[in-house]
Design a protein around this ligand. Structure first.
Ligand SMILES: C[S@@+](CC[C@H](N)C(=O)[O-])C[C@H]1O[C@@H](n2cnc3c(N)ncnc32)[C@H](O)[C@@H]1O
Length: 298
């Protein structure tokens, strides 16, 4: 059964949690504690993974968080999830015109905006932006210009899980040369993709982001790797890892099949081999990614 996108996002929550760069994350949380009130936009929020992390972070100051995504159904799931979290924390949330408010503890307002991020015009400047597994799928320089315009001077951008050009499958395939061409093709499809005629962050979004931030008025405060290690652990897959592996095999194999460039028999044999590894809990995948924390120059 193919994995749905919402299912994939939920499955990767625990994986992302153990992959996020610890030091960059600590630097982000320290920066947040410097604000009297956090006004944050989570761009490409999906089902609200970053919101969940912020609600669990024990923030000592009021939080106004706007979760923005083009997909309203994902945001509905995020809202339901947040309601459950706030109730579980005993924070007596209320809903008003689709916004969630929790008064117990530091005041928290959660907004959900379904639109293209290019069309978003925040009513007030924010002092934090989070972009988790997002900047590889949008034109990077254009995104940085827009995000920079949303931020007040001194505001921070915490951009996490930026794919950076390397995926390794384990164990080495019976047809290693063929698998190498599949992964190369997978990267090429990212590199060729255009949004509004512009190249997206693509297969090297991590290093490109690192390169472009200073050109857009950002000072890089912290940077580190947040590689995915989706490997069997004591003979089992952790949390949603098997679903993530299935989704990633589907993405790599699917791009190859759609291109029509690969021998169907050889592709079929590769798929069978990798599916067997997955069933037998032997398949692993390492993907290189970067986390960055940057501050808009005052
Ligand atoms: C890879 S998902 C990441 C979701 C979430 N941050 C997470 O990691 O769980 C990227 C998200 O960006 C959203 N997205 C893609 N392009 C967008 C755009 N131009 N404007 C707003 N949202 C967009 C998608 O709907 C999707 O939910």
């Amino acid at each position: 059964m193919p994995v749905s996108f919402a299912e994939y996002l939920e499955a990767k929550f625990d994986l992302d949690e153990r992959s996020l760069n610890r030091e960059v994350r600590e630097a982000f949380l320290r920066s947040l504690h410097g604000f009297a009130e956090i006004r944050c936009v989570d761009v490409g929020a999906g089902t609200g993974a970053t919101m969940r992390r912020l609600l669990a972070a024990g923030l000592a100051v009021p939080l106004v968080l706007t979760s923005l995504d083009r997909d309203p159904l994902l945001l509905d799931a995020a809202r339901d999830d947040a309601l459950g979290w706030l109730r579980a924390q005993g924070r007596e949330p209320s809903i008003d015109a689709g916004e969630l408010h929790a008064a117990a503890g530091p005041a928290t307002t959660l907004r959900f905006v379904a639109c293209e991020f290019q069309d978003h015009r925040p009513q007030h400047p924010c002092n934090a932006i989070t972009a988790h597994a997002f900047l590889d799928i949008v034109p990077l320089a254009d995104a940085l210009s827009r995000l920079g315009a949303w931020l007040e001077p001194g505001g921070i951008l915490y951009a996490t899980l930026n794919y950076d050009g390397d995926t390794t499958l384990l164990p080495v395939s019976d047809d290693a040369a063929f698998e190498a061409t599949l992964i190369e093709h997978y990267h090429e499809t990212m590199e060729r993709r255009r949004v509004d005629g512009l190249a997206i962050g693509g297969a090297f979004s991590g290093r490109r982001l690192h390169r472009l931030l200073p050109d857009h008025g950002f000072e890089i405060l912290a940077c580190g790797s947040s590689d995915w290690s989706i490997t069997p652990w004591l003979g089992e897959y952790r949390a949603g890892d098997a679903i993530c592996l299935q989704a990633l095999l589907d993405m790599i194999g699917g791009e190859a099949q759609r291109s029509g460039l690969f021998d169907p028999g050889r592709l079929g044999r590769w798929r069978e081999e990798r599916q067997r590894c997955l069933r037998e809990r032997r398949l692993g995948l390492i993907a290189h990614q970067l986390d960055l924390l940057a501050r808009l120059s005052p």
